[in-house]
Write a protein that binds this ligand. Structure first.
Ligand SMILES: [Fe+2]
Length: 94
């Protein structure tokens, strides 16, 4: 991840996304395509920040912090929660 820290967070994020996407696929989640696009967009944004860091952009770590905060408050609290409700209630509440 940005700043030379180990890559455990990146591996966990990839594993988490794959896990969610397998669940969506197996349960025929109606919002799967949009959800997967959000995952892909987040990964591309992380990769862009990583590239900028490697090119010497000293603001890259703070950009990563902002991106993760936005991700937490948007994707996880809303989009992932919709998926969780769908999975828990077999699609009846989404
Ligand atoms: Fe997700």
């Amino acid at each position: 991840m940005v700043g030379g820290r180990n890559d455990d967070q990146g591996h966990y994020t990839s594993w988490h996304f794959r896990h969610e996407e397998r669940l969506m696929q197996s349960r025929d989640y109606p919002k799967m395509d949009a959800h997967k696009k959000e995952h892909k967009r987040f990964i591309l944004q992380i990769q862009d920040i990583q590239r900028k860091f490697e090119q010497g952009d000293k603001s890259a770590p703070s950009k990563l912090n902002v991106l993760v905060k936005i991700w937490l408050s948007n994707h996880i609290l809303h989009i992932d929660n919709q998926l969780a409700a769908f999975l828990l209630y077999d699609g009846q509440s989404v």
